[in-house]
Design a protein around this ligand. Structure first.
Ligand SMILES: [Zn+2]
Length: 592
């Protein structure tokens, strides 16, 4: 109990602080009114993405932050002799785009290995093998760049004979849906012979054979096969310079912040190194990925890591702790409410039509892990793709919530491909956020329609359902291989992504689930404001407002009124991070 006298003292203290605060904020305001700044952008359309989605003409930037946004005449008063003034010539400015799901370190390292090429047909696969066989010495293993059967026109794995037709001088591995097809030389070298009795004992996987006993594919066995087709080791300098290159590609498409969505201590150190050397051109939030066998394992892991959500600064920050709950639609193990049935089983080369997918956690274990993470101060997030996987996550979260409310923890489900109306309602009640990948709709929805059925395609990447249900939704790429913004695995061009969100057309031009289309405003919110919300950064970024970080992108056409088709053609003219231009297109540098 506090004495009356001391209570009065506390009251005085509080009043004094409040008065001081008003006095100082007043003078800040007075200063701000005609403060001369580093940079002024004017005569443009500045899409602020503020509460009213207002569009201004000009923006004043000082010391890496936005000082003011408004009409040309109000911003002009911030122009001093040292101010760099840029005429936008009517061009549009958007808040810097936030890529909430990528694997940039992996992208960089895989680019050191071999260039990624998007392969659409089995004859593309063969052509790639032939070309690569010409480039590398005979006998060297060739690993076909990741190609999912959902994205192959044939909707199936190639046969060993098809791989043999491309080369017999090099062993080849084609991996999709967690199954490996090798050419004849490849099967021979890994010890999988035509005689079923001679399979190598170390092979942790099953060999599927044709009627004559010849091997057709190895189901699983990835770690065994990796011993043959080894990836090379990278020096730290190689990793750092490859990563800088990836970040530059991001800047070129307007990205100013990213979430590394599956990182670890080494990943954090790599980013800190770049930051300390002043070489970062994107801000990064690192998601730490780990699997747990018990809730008790979270504490020791967290302690050994020595990090938790929110640690760091505006350049490198620790995001959530992520676990992987189920499989995926490419691997053929997304955890569904219904049985896979004959069609899906045949497509993924599975055996049991009653199979429903893989799930790594019981509800009780999920509850223990989420609860332990939250108590340690982590924001939690999980990879979950199937609708039944989502059910289990929400059930566990509801159990955690009954003990300690989790509404403000912004638990994030990543992927959640097939929203169901009942799970959207439960998610909203628990304050759950979602991040998901429109590019998968473009590339995989036709396979979903064929193999899962049209209703599944209509729910697939159900952006409209999430938004209508009031869920904070971020859209992103899950970029993992390749440096071409439009043809990477997966495309990281945010304008292509926003086009998919708005148009909802597959690469065949079909629309499954008209109701899932987003307005242009909502699509933009999903890569700006909502994205910032996911990492508790809404006061720092995601909109162009006074006090926020000066991260923005100037684009070559009007996102809000251009034809729908043109959205995917939008190109950044310049990208600014922390008040500095990190990318400038040639046509822009000529006009300014
Ligand atoms: Zn990912």
């Amino acid at each position: 109990m506090i004495e009356w006298a001391s209570r009065r003292w506390i009251a005085c203290l509080l009043l004094g602080t409040a008065l001081q605060f008003f006095a100082s904020s007043d003078s800040i305001l007075a200063q701000a009114v005609d403060k001369k700044v580093d940079v002024v952008l004017r005569n443009g359309q500045v899409v602020t993405v503020d509460d009213d989605f207002s569009v201004a003409e000009a923006v004043a930037i000082d010391e890496g932050r936005i000082l003011a946004v408004g009409k040309n005449e109000t911003i002009n008063r911030h122009i001093g002799s040292g101010t760099r003034v840029l005429d936008l010539h009517g061009k549009m400015v958007l808040p810097g785009l936030i890529e909430t799901h990528c694997h940039a370190i992996g992208v960089g390292n895989s680019a050191l290995e071999q260039p990624y090429v998007e392969l659409k047909t089995i004859s593309d696969v063969q052509a790639w093998i032939r070309k690569r066989a010409d480039e590398v010495p005979k006998g060297r293993w060739l690993r076909v760049p990741r190609t999912d059967i959902t994205r192959l026109v044939e909707r199936r794995h190639p046969t060993p004979a098809e791989l043999d037709a491309a080369t017999t001088t090099h062993p080849v591995i084609f991996n999709a849906a967690r199954k490996n097809v090798l050419n004849s030389l490849g099967f021979e070298l890994v010890g999988v012979k035509n005689d079923p009795q001679t399979a190598p004992p170390e092979l942790e996987g099953r060999v599927r054979r044709d009627k004559s006993g010849k091997p057709v594919m190895i189901i699983g066995g990835d770690s065994y096969l990796r011993k043959f087709a080894t990836a090379r080791e990278y020096s730290e300098e190689e990793t750092l310079s490859a990563l800088r290159r990836v970040h530059r590609r991001y800047n070129e498409v307007g990205i100013t912040s990213i979430f590394e969505r599956a990182s670890n201590r080494e990943g954090v150190d790599v980013y800190r190194k770049l930051r300390d050397a002043d070489e970062l051109t994107v801000r990064t939030t690192l998601t730490i990925r780990q699997q747990f066998r018990s809730g008790d394992a979270v504490g020791p892991f967290s302690e050994s890591l020595g990090l938790k959500t929110g640690d760091g600064d505006d350049w490198v920050r620790i995001g959530p702790l992520k676990i992987t709950v189920d499989g995926g639609i490419h691997w053929g193990n997304t955890y569904l409410r219904e049985e896979y049935g004959d069609k899906r089983v045949a497509f993924y080369a599975l055996d049991d039509p009653q199979y429903r997918g893989d799930i790594s956690y019981s509800t009780a274990l999920l509850k223990d892990v989420f609860s332990a993470g939250h108590q340690l101060g982590w924001q939690m997030c999980c990879h979950v793709t199937g609708d039944a996987g989502v059910d289990r996550v929400l059930e566990a979260l509801a159990a955690v919530d009954r003990e300690t409310p989790i509404n403000d923890r912004r638990f994030t489900m990543t992927h959640a491909y097939f929203p169901a109306i009942d799970s959207i309602e439960r998610a909203r009640g628990l304050g759950v956020c979602v991040d998901t990948q429109p590019y998968l709709y473009l590339k995989d929805a036709e396979a979903m329609a064929e193999v899962y059925g049209t209703e599944w395609a209509e729910r697939f990447i159900g952006l409209g359902d999430w938004v209508a249900g009031g869920i904070p939704l971020a859209i992103n790429s899950d970029h993992m291989i390749g440096l071409d913004p439009d043809h990477a695995m997966n495309s990281f061009n945010p304008f292509l992504m926003m086009w998919i969100a708005v148009a909802r057309r597959t690469d065949q031009g079909n629309i499954y689930g008209e109701r899932q289309r987003l307005s242009r405003e909502d699509a933009l919110r999903c890569v700006t404001r909502h994205a910032a919300y996911l990492s508790f950064d809404e006061d720092r970024k995601g909109s162009l407002e006074a006090g926020k970080l000066a991260d923005l992108v100037i684009i070559d056409r009007d996102y809000l009124t251009c034809s729908e088709e043109e959205i995917r053609q939008i190109r950044p003219l310049a990208t600014m991070v922390d008040g500095e231009f990190v990318y400038t297109a040639e046509e822009w540098s000529l006009s300014n």
